[in-house]
Design a protein around this ligand. Sequence first.
Ligand code: ZN
Ligand code: ZN
Length: 124
Amino acid sequence: MAAPEPKRGAPVPGRCAYFVERKKRFCKMIPAPGRRFCGEHGQQEQENDRKRIPCPLDPKHTVYEDQLQKHLKKCNSREKPKPVYFVQDINAGLKDVAEIPDKTVSTSICSNAQSLHNMLQFII
Ligand SMILES: [Zn+2]
Ligand SMILES: [Zn+2]
């Protein structure tokens, strides 16, 4: 004997379950199959159903739980180096640098300095 709530009643089955406060009735749009809300109110459904959780990288801000994976990839607080593959990248980089002969580097610096010197002389 569950009497319908006097104020709101129940949404019409098969119709959008969004209560339009302004009209004091439920939305009459027909939602897509399997959805409780019509396209217009689907957004609100998502907002309501979504849970915000503190970001594991920085609890000072929160993220939608279902967006966490996405967020972790672009979170501003992810400064800690990622395990394994990040370290490998760093190693590879160092190797590349180490393989450049010192001579080449110093020579090019020298010639750069030389040409700069020449240029300065020219200007002065
Ligand atoms: Zn609706
Ligand atoms: Zn974050």
